[in-house]
Design a protein around this ligand. Structure first.
Ligand SMILES: [Fe+2]
Ligand SMILES: [Fe+2]
Length: 187
């Protein structure tokens, strides 16, 4: 467990996180909550389209994104940083097709992967190995999430809009969600 912030014998506040790192993590908390809300809207699209398994899949993804946001919240608190959650922009709720909705989700996962890489770059340049260790989990998670969303998009493209029931069956059978290395890390 990380040290909490506190005062040293000179009365100076000790923290394990720089102001810049805390700012960038706060921004990432907004990005993760943004992803969560985006996936709730995507779930709404699939529910309206009569595709309840895909709706549930995206609601579960939304829960995972919220969990990611809360992991950053806990880290900033543990490291003694100042928590300041930014405004989250309204997410898309109109989609022309399932393909458009899933492709938006895949784009989002690529964007988040870049954001996590930028956080790792900052941790390296600041020689903040505690943050680096924390962030490596997210880098692995992104591999899994990009891979899952890429598989889902390819399936949707292969069957076309009229064949989405087949995608529902594949998702229901657990054949879409990848666990990298075939191992469920139990998060
Ligand atoms: Fe995430
Ligand atoms: Fe994600």
């Amino acid at each position: 467990m990380y040290c909490r912030s506190g005062s040293n014998h000179n009365g100076e506040t000790q923290v394990l996180i720089s102001k810049n790192m805390a700012d960038q993590m706060n921004a990432q908390i907004g990005n993760e909550f943004g992803a969560s809300l985006q996936y709730v809207n995507v779930a709404g699209y699939f529910d309206n389209a009569g595709l309840p398994v895909l709706a549930d899949f995206f609601l579960k993804q939304a829960d995972e994104e919220r969990m990611h946001a809360m992991k950053f919240v806990r880290y900033v608190m543990d490291a003694g940083g100042h928590l300041a959650i930014p405004a989250v922009p309204a997410s898309r709720h109109e989609f022309k097709s399932a393909e458009e909705a899933v492709s938006l989700a895949l784009d989002w996962e690529y964007t988040v992967t870049k954001q996590i890489s930028a956080l790792l770059d900052r941790a390296s340049s600041e020689k903040d190995y505690v943050a680096h260790d924390f962030l490596e989990w997210f880098a692995r998670e992104q591999l899994e999430e990009v891979s899952t969303m890429d598989t889902l998009l390819k399936m949707v493209q292969r069957v076309g809009e009229s064949g989405l029931i087949d995608v529902e069956n594949a998702v229901a059978a657990g054949r879409v969600h990848r666990k990298v290395g075939g191992v469920d890390e139990g998060h």
